[in-house]
Design a protein around this ligand. Sequence first.
Ligand code: C2E
Ligand code: MG
Ligand code: MG
Ligand code: MG
Length: 286
Amino acid sequence: QAKKSGRNQSVLFKQSLRLEHNVRARIDHELRKAIVKNELSLVFQPQISTVYGELVGVEALLRWQSSELGTVSPAEFIPMAEENGQIVELGLWVIKNACLVLRQWQHNQRRPINMSVNVSAGQLTDPNFLKNVTEIINATGVDPTGLTVEITESTAISEMDNVRNLLEQLSGLGIRIALDDFGTGFSSISLLRQLPFDSIKIDRSFLSNLTRESQDWYIVKAIQDLASALGHEVVAEGVETNQQLSLTRELQCDVVQGYVFSRPLPLNELEARYFLPQNRKIRRIS
Ligand code: C2E
Ligand code: MG
Ligand code: MG
Ligand code: MG
């Protein structure tokens, strides 16, 4: 009996592996056509200063609405694109489109709004990355000091010497560098002195259960103290409740990004909410 059910389970397992394989093959196949079919878009999540309560930047996040597969989450297709190399082309699409938006804002808005883009290891190690980014900056006419590149710890440690070189060159262009998902990797603290970061994004796992003087509270406090002593800005990611928000203020995090302010928004919604003249007036009156 045990043997029989074991065999059934292994048949099921093989079937689900095959299914999984088919799904991945379809995603892979459809993703290759996504740019040409105009299925990609960016959404923008507000980053709010804890001191001034104002919009100081946004993070551009990639979305894919496939005509064949429906909405596919970045958590699903980004890792696949990293594996099969498509991330290089997708990443350039993201940077170009984010720069077009940023250029527009740099023209129209009084206050500077920073634009953050996520960059994967496969992009940083692409030998043409710096040249391509420089070309995008020149072609769009964007001021690169308004641009931030977010990398994760695992990205940072892959081929450390090359990555350090590249980040220093990006820094030299005026681009800011952020360490994303801080605290989830293995070498967080030593990375801080090896690479030229401007800001640190504390991973949302430290904020999702934040209460006063809990373990996470002390961890966030320690990260904040360390980062500010080293001159890095601190962004608290994934803040969802007003209670967490007031704790991040107490802990003196500089910037908050999370559902408590807004989910990532399409460009028109973001602009309507934060930039429209009538909204600005309302804010001045109040
Ligand atoms: P990330 O860079 O850490 O981006 C933050 C993620 O957390 C986003 O998920 C955002 O929607 C989500 N988030 C923000 N605030 C909250 C909150 O209060 N609560 C919760 N539960 N979640 C929150 P998203 O858009 O699904 O992206 C997932 C990941 O996919 C990103 O994590 C990033 O690693 C990757 N990704 C997205 N767009 C790009 C891209 O253009 N290029 C690359 N290389 N990676 C990207
Ligand atoms: Mg990010
Ligand atoms: Mg993050
Ligand atoms: Mg992440």
